[in-house]
Structures are given as structure tokens and as C-alpha cells.
Design a protein around this ligand. Sequence first.
Ligand code: HEM
Length: 170
Amino acid sequence: MPPKLYSFNTTVPIPDHAEVLDLPTDGISDSPTTLPKGILPNGGYKTTSLRGLSFSAPYLHDGGVAVRAGSLRVDSDGRFTVVDPSGLGLTGTLSQALTADAASSLRALVDRKLRALVVKANQANPALVRSNLDGTGHDFYVDRQAGFDSRQQTDLINFLLALDEDPGSF
Ligand code: HEM
């Protein structure tokens, strides 16, 4: 069916005669159930922007890639150690109304060993399992196993954090 939404001033619980709006899809996709065309002639997956990553942790569609500030110690050569495992995953962050740290969470996005620890922490929390939030997916890593050293990994994280509304001026 065509997508609809309640007008933005609708109160909750939804009143019986709430205003329902048509969601415009012209130019977005051929039909409400096909992929948006974007820049790809056959349609595709529209990813979230990488601009503003320093403000948008935790990451991925479920926000499961989350690490609290102070959980990692990063040495001057870029190597990191988990110094406080209680800060890993949504269990250590949003579940306790604590924010996820952008740099540490990006580290968990690109480092498979750290990601595995974050996923493990999420999967040990029954409330997160019920909501299907675990931080898996996006298996593109910039770590030792992929041939990058700690300094290169840290450089990438700093680059990602620096992407703002004017990435050309980095
Ligand atoms: C090492 C290279 C890569 C880096 C550093 C990187 C970086 C990122 C980051 C930081 C996000 C999270 C954005 C957010 O949640 O706000 C993301 C999401 C995403 N990226 Fe990448 N990416 C890389 C490679 C790739 C590749 C090769 C593809 C496609 C083949 C890809 C497709 C996606 C998709 C589909 C998402 C959304 C995933 C989701 O929400 O679960 N990425 N990427």
C-alpha cells in the first residue's frame, strides 16, 4: 500500500480522527516497495552519511556498535587495550543512558577483535537480544588481519571523525 504518516503534531495515544498524510515518493523509487534509485540505475541500498560521524555514535542500523569513553586505552603508537570491559556494547552505554564515544565506537566498527567483544557484550544482554540489537554486520575491517597496523587504523578513525559538512577541506 502507498506509504502514509500521521501529521507531525499528532498526539499520543493517536486520536481517532488524526490527520493522515500521503508520503511523497516521486523521484525516490518506482513504487513504494522497490529500492530507491539514488545514483544507481537499478536501485540500491542508501547508506547513512559518513559526515558528522563524530556526533552520531553508536553506529550501524541497530546502533549496536557502541563503546563508552574510557573503555579503551590507546597508546601513542595507536595500539589499544580494553581497560574497562563494562563499557562495551549497548549494555555499557545507551542501556544505562550513557553516551557512546565516537572514536572508541569507530574503533569497534573497523577492528574485528574489538567488534567481537562488543557483539558478545550485546548478545549477553537478553533485552538487547529480544530487540535484535547486537552490532553485527558491515564486515569491512581495517585491522592487523586486513594488513593495516595500529597507526593506520587510528589515522582512519581520525579521518572519519573529521568528516564534516565540508569534507573537501580536510
Ligand atoms: C574500510 C572501509 C569502510 C569504512 C571505514 C566504512 C565506514 C562505515 C561507517 C563508519 C558506517 C556507519 C555509519 C553509521 O552508522 O552512521 C558504515 C555503514 C555502512 N557501510 Fe561502510 N565502510 C567501509 C566499507 C564499506 C563497503 C566496502 C561497503 C559496501 C560494499 C559499505 C557499506 C555500508 C553500508 C551498507 C552501511 C550501513 C550499514 C548499517 O547501517 O548496518 N561500507 N560504513
